[in-house]
Design a protein around this ligand. Structure first.
Ligand code: UD1
Ligand code: CA
Length: 457
């Protein structure tokens, strides 16, 4: 079996955060999720996560993932280091397993990189293979030491000689081990180094000294193994990931007007010929149909948008929008809004927890909350579904073909039946029967000459 062990017990001091480093997000997923995704894509059968600092946050966030969590005891006087972290997960490792060891802070790693690492590991019949890359500036990384037969070991920067520091091939922190060899190697680690830690990196030297074959797989694109230690590096990595995602969608037939300023999360899907303007954010589990136009500054989260929809500078959260509907400018669909096909939700309209049937319109300045609205209903300018009495929320129902005049208030719970007509400015507190007109406003009184008398006195 292929087992992925992700080291995520470190604090990430340089992030200056209340949250463990690996929980920071890139394009809709935390760093540790990105790493686990790469391992899954490479065919890993089980994910083992070593947690320590901030362990409760990590374990509770991913309780549903099916990952195995192993706790590394953290504290004064406790041993430390990547080697010690791996020791914590060994109860899940069998001798014949292929163990991918990954660090939780390399969120640009891809499944294909790990597949290539596994291939090199198998082809060269090594017991351990390190994923490496050549870097112009290798400062801070462990350096890979070679001889003609393969890898001799890894030396950490702090323990390296001046000559070793000139080596440009660096340790990504990602390895493939044979389970049995890993057990043997860990038993040979000591804390005799500059940091007094159990270095996982020493295990390569241990194995080589036992006469085993140790290899490196040197990646062409060093970007993939960037380690994130600070917010600046997090932002750089997020930008790279975002460009990969954006390029993918452009290649799938989506037009991005300004691909450097378009924010699409990893689990979003987008249909062909959709056009997305600048500064749009598509977040979470959002699905966008084809031939959709999404205007600048729109933010769509966990929502489903049908084909040929037009959305202009609007915010849509946990909602559904049917085919050929237009939204905005400046509309706000709050959670559980289900807008049908061919609808119009215009400027400054807010919808919350409401179903709106096909062909209905709320063109301007309305609030539709906790409502069921039928088909072809006209909701005039400034209509308010008054859903809250100060203690509880209530629902209103407006049936097909009803007409709600401008500036009406529908005090919930109230029911406007088919073809019901509510006069503009009415405050409706009782149901309106099918086909009836309801006027609920003070009768107009005109006083002849009143204004003239008033101003002339
Ligand atoms: C490590 C490598 C170095 C490599 C670099 C790549 C060692 C000794 N050094 O250095 O050769 O070039 O990564 O980025 O392995 N962790 C634990 N428990 C611990 C210590 C660390 O879980 O006790 C985790 C951290 O949360 C982190 C990962 O291991 O995700 C790497 O630890 P870090 O301290 O960042 O190692 P580096 O100094 O970067
Ligand atoms: Ca690191």
């Amino acid at each position: 079996m292929i087992k992925a062990m992700i080291l995520a017990a470190g604090q990430g001091t340089r992030m200056k955060s209340q949250h463990p480093k690996v929980m920071h997000q890139i394009c809709g997923e935390s760093m540790v999720e990105w790493v686990a995704r790469a391992a899954d894509d490479a065919g890993s059968d089980e994910t083992i996560v070593i947690v320590g600092h901030g362990k409760d946050e990590i374990c509770s966030a991913y309780a549903q993932k099916g990952w195995q969590f192993c706790e590394q005891p953290i504290g004064e006087g406790m041993p430390y280091g990547t080697g010690y972290a791996v020791m914590q997960g060994m109860s899940f490792i069998n001798d014949e397993d292929e163990v991918l060891i990954l660090t939780g802070d390399t969120p640009l790693i891809e499944g294909s990189d790990l597949t290539s690492l596994l291939k090199k590991h198998r082809d060269s019949k090594a017991v351990a293979t390190v994923l490496s890359a050549k870097m112009k500036d290798p400062t801070g990384y462990g350096r890979i030491l070679h001889d003609t037969k393969g890898v001799v070991g890894i030396v950490e920067e702090r323990d390296a000689t001046a000559e070793e520091r000139l080596i440009q091939e660096i340790n990504s922190g990602i390895f493939c081990f044979q389970g049995k060899a890993l057990k043997i190697a860990l038993a040979g680690l000591t804390t005799e180094n500059a940091q007094g830690e159990y270095y996982l990196t020493d295990s390569l030297g241990v194995l080589r000294n036992l006469g085993e074959q140790v290899e490196s797989y040197c990646m062409k694109d060093a970007d993939h193994i960037r380690g994130i230690n600070s917010r600046v590096q997090l932002a750089e990595a997020a930008r790279i990931r975002q460009q990969w995602i954006n390029t993918y969608w452009m290649e799938e037939g989506v037009t991005l007007i300004d691909p450097l300023n378009t924010y699409i999360d990893v689990d979003v899907t987008i249909g062909q010929d959709t056009v997305i303007e600048a500064n749009v954010q598509l977040k979470g589990k959002t699905s966008i149909g084809s031939n959709v136009e999404i205007g600048a500054m729109s933010k769509i989260v966990d929502s489903t948008i049908g084909d040929e929809v037009t959305i202009d500078s609007s915010k849509i959260l946990e909602s559904e929008v049917g085919r050929k509907t237009t939204i905005g400018p400046y509309a706000y669909l709050r959670p559980k809004s289900r807008i049908g096909e061919g609808c119009r939700i215009g400027d400054f309209v807010e919808v919350k927890n409401a179903v709106i049937g096909n062909g209905s319109k709320a063109s301007h300045l309305s609030y539709v909350g906790d409502a069921i609205v039928g088909e072809r209903v006209n909701i005039g300018c400034g209509v308010v579904f008054v859903n809250y009495d100060g203690k509880k929320k209530s629902q209103s129902i407006v049936e097909d073909d009803a007409f709600i005049g401008s500036n009406a208030n529908l005090i919930a719970p109230v029911h406007i039946k088919k073809n019901g007509f509510v006069a503009a400015g009415s405050t409706i507190t009782r149901d309106v029967e099918e086909g009836d007109l309801s006027i609920a406003r003070a009768k107009q009184v005109n006083k002849a000459g009143w204004a003239e008398r008033f101003f002339n006195k």
